[in-house]
Design a protein around this ligand. Structure first.
Ligand code: AMP
Length: 211
């Protein structure tokens, strides 16, 4: 299964990606996670991305596209992958389409998680993130439910001022990829409301209807 998730920050892409990747036995490839890991490790890539991430802006396409192409050539992605946070604009979507077409491995679906703007702000401003594994947690959680670590923090870009900018960037630059994938006949939309398990079930049953 070659799949990507589309939806605004806070729609639950990262959480759903973990469950869907496990269900289909494919790697979960999150550009945000890769950038954060590079930041933490102090690599050139991390240093290049930092200023953009801190402002809630997109890291330049040249950097992001090369990073993802490199990741998609790792052997674990040979039998499929789940992209989370990529593409973030139509240029990236076109680069991905060309890259996959050249390898004769087109996408099977773009899964859109639909959520209202009010709900996004509520979720993001109360979200905490596990420093060890990157999983999301509630503001009042005392530990990570994915790996049991207790070091939870608020991402710099989950602070209120940056959230507003991330949403603007989403609407201006990322939302147009929904029409792009609709035009490609690849778009599947599900409401991202309800429990995590309910949304996963909805996603799996929608993906199961793919011919
Ligand atoms: P995320 O964890 O997906 O919310 O991503 C966190 C930040 O990483 C974003 O606000 C961007 O600064 C950067 N980023 C992640 N994915 C991309 C992408 N596909 N293109 C450009 N920047 C990205």
């Amino acid at each position: 299964m070659r799949l990507l998730l589309v939806g605004p920050p806070g729609a639950g892409k990262g959480t759903q990606a973990q469950f869907l990747a496990a269900h289909y036995s494919i790697p979960h490839i999150s550009t945000g996670d890769i950038f954060r890991a590079n930041l933490k490790a102090g690599t050139d890539l991390g240093n290049q991305a930092k200023a953009f991430m801190d402002r809630g802006e997109l890291v330049p396409d040249s950097v992001t596209n090369e990073m993802i192409k490199d990741r998609l050539t790792h052997s674990d992605a040979a039998s499929g992958f789940l992209l989370d946070g990529y593409p973030r604009n139509v240029v990236q979507a076109e680069v991905l389409r060309t890259f996959l077409a050249e390898r004769d491995t087109p996408l099977h679906a773009a899964l859109e998680l639909l959520i209202s703007p009010d709900e996004i702000i509520k979720r993001l401003s109360s979200r905490r993130t596990c420093r060890a594994c990157g999983a999301s947690a509630a503001a009042d959680a005392t530990g990570c439910t994915s790996c049991s670590e207790s070091d939870l923090y608020q991402r710099e870009d989950d602070k209120e001022e940056v959230i507003a900018r991330r949403l603007e960037v989403y609407l201006e630059q990322t939302a147009p990829i929904i029409a792009f994938y609709r035009g490609e006949g690849l778009l599947i939309t599900i409401p991202a409301v309800g429990s995590v398990a309910e949304i996963t079930e909805l996603a799996i049953s929608a993906l199961g209807r793919l011919s």
